[in-house]
Ligand binder design. Structure first.
Ligand SMILES: Cc1cc2nc3c(=O)[nH]c(=O)nc-3n(C[C@H](O)[C@H](O)[C@H](O)COP(=O)(O)O)c2cc1C
Length: 218
């Protein structure tokens, strides 16, 4: 089992770093080969430059993007680990996917993703509590983006886990969170591809594309 872990946090004292260490150690103990992409430490360039966007047509990618695309193709599953910032994944994580999963590489106008059969398991830390996240639509906001990004590109499982109130919970709850993170990534080994599925946003989008409702806009 080949797993790419995309890690988006600048600070080694963060809870996300605890999640990273726990998850990588668990994946390896279950026999996976893991490549960690620490976006800050590798200084991944988050800016979409003219040549990066022209690649939708030219298919000429920067060396950095080419390397990431090769690792995505190598992977059976992707794990992402990041905080929620302003109801979204951090901009530099989104930028990674904008550039690496660009039109022509990860999907095209047919509505059939080009990364068929892959799986994604995302872990997000939150500063606020669960009722707030539910009532303000923050969970929905993230699910919509994850389904669009990974569903449209052919992933069969789009699994997302949130850890609420991280800065204020007790050490006991943090330990429990790490245990839950372990169980979450165990699904990569213990559940069949496609068993988890996704929320349905991208399934709807794909149907609309196939019906021509989007006029080839994707
Ligand atoms: C710029 C910024 C925006 C944030 N926006 C949100 C938010 O919209 N929702 C939320 O639950 N927490 C938000 N937070 C709090 C972080 O998500 C929280 O501190 C973090 O997940 C804690 O985990 P960490 O120790 O891994 O950083 C924000 C933090 C920052 C720095």
């Amino acid at each position: 089992m080949n797993v790419v872990v995309v890690y988006a946090h600048p600070y080694d004292g963060s809870f996300c770093k605890g999640l990273l260490d726990t998850v990588v150690s668990r994946l390896e103990s279950r026999g996976a080969t893991v490549k960690v992409k620490d976006l800050v430490k590798m200084n991944f360039d988050p800016v979409m430059r003219p040549d990066d966007l022209a690649a939708t047509k030219t298919k000429v990618y920067s060396d950095e993007v080419k390397q990431e695309q090769a690792d995505v193709l190598w992977s059976d599953a992707i794990v992402t680990i990041a905080p929620v910032w302003f109801a979204a994944m951090p901009g530099f994580l989104k930028a990674y996917f904008d550039k690496v999963f660009i039109t022509g590489f990860a999907y095209d106008h047919t509505g059939v993703g080009k990364l068929q059969g892959k799986r994604v398991f995302s872990l997000f830390t939150n500063g606020v509590n669960d009722p707030y996240l539910e009532m303000t639509g923050q969970y929905d906001a993230i699910h919509l983006v994850m389904d669009s990004l990974f569903g449209m590109t052919g992933f069969v499982d789009v699994a997302t886990k949130f850890f609420a109130s991280v800065p204020v919970v007790s050490d006991e709850v943090r330990k429990q969170y790490l245990e839950e993170a372990t169980q979450f990534v165990d699904q990569i080994f213990d559940r069949q591809p496609g068993e988890i599925g996704q929320k349905g946003h991208s399934a709807l989008l794909t149907r609309l594309v196939v019906k021509g409702c989007l006029n080839g806009a994707v």
